[in-house]
Write a protein that binds this ligand. Structure first.
Ligand SMILES: C[S@@+](CC[C@H](N)C(=O)[O-])C[C@H]1O[C@@H](n2cnc3c(N)ncnc32)[C@H](O)[C@@H]1O
Length: 252
């Protein structure tokens, strides 16, 4: 164990600081195939609320932060949209490309330590880097964002930085679907980290309008195994309402 006394044994028997998960911590989980967050099918909330995101428009640019190897990306490509993902761990990017039989190129990122994976057969680009290093200059801005297991995976202390980056990537008419959970992190340290509507308004409310679209009891045997007494899936639609001030790093 490192000298950092905040590091605790997680349920897989590794030391982590649950209040400050690093990309290295996630890499260890990927290396040991501790990727229970991965769903083998399209997320039901994305399927259900896709209409609220795309609003009849076609060929949109989607951003999937902290994408893992989510099959939602393949589904969005099949709908004719372009997809850009950001994932901190190479294994996640490579497994997505291999499992979906996509030929790809890999090249170093120019602005930070990272790798750009580009599919040769579809409009898909995956940036393997820490999301906190990702810049609008690298990836441009987006029509839609699908955030599942992303905001809730970011350490609570970094939520403002994360939200600022996401806002900087939103086109003025961007529609951002945020799927998050309510749980008691005193019963289970996380991730995921619980997120209330107030939390979302705290971090996005200055520039965005936030509307709750859905709520569902999402408790399964997995969460019961974490020792928690409730686990609620909540979905929010976030839209820009105000331009960041001139000179702000959030300005588009
Ligand atoms: C809970 S998983 C969710 C993955 C995906 N969104 C899904 O629905 O399957 C969180 C993912 O974010 C990645 N990650 C965590 N912190 C990151 C960071 N700072 N920058 C980029 N990726 C990160 C992890 O490697 C992991 O694949």
């Amino acid at each position: 164990m490192s000298g950092d006394t905040k590091r605790l044994l997680n349920r897989f028997g590794d030391y982590e600081d649950p209040t400050n998960m690093s990309v290295d911590d996630w890499k260890k989980r990927w290396d040991k195939e501790q990727t229970e967050f991965h769903l083998p099918k399209v997320h039901p909330m994305l399927e259900k609320h896709l209409g609220a995101l795309v609003q009849g428009r076609s060929k949109l640019r989607f951003f999937i932060p902290l994408c893992g190897k989510s099959v939602d990306m393949r589904w969005l490509l099949e709908q004719g949209h372009g997809v850009v993902g950001c994932e901190g761990v190479d294994k996640g990017c490579q497994e997505f490309l291999q499992e979906n039989k996509m030929k790809y190129t890999a090249s170093p990122m120019k602005s930070c330590e990272g790798t750009v994976y580009r599919s040769q057969c579809s409009p898909l680009t995956l940036y393997r880097c820490d999301v906190f290093d990702l810049r609008r200059e690298d990836v441009g801005q987006f029509d839609c964002i699908w955030d599942r297991g992303s905001f809730v995976a970011i350490p609570v202390s970094k939520r403002k930085r994360y939200a600022d980056i996401i806002v900087s990537l939103m086109k003025p008419d961007c529609r951002y679907l945020l799927d998050c959970f309510l749980l008691n992190n005193e019963q289970f340290a996380g991730p995921p980290f619980s997120c209330t509507e107030n939390d979302i308004n705290t971090f996005y409310g200055s520039y965005c309008a936030v509307k709750k679209l859905d709520e569902k009891d999402a408790m399964t045997d997995l969460q019961r195994g974490w020792g928690i007494s409730y686990f609620t899936d909540q979905v929010f639609l976030i839209r820009m309402k105000k331009r960041p001030h001139v000179g702000s790093s959030l300005i588009w």
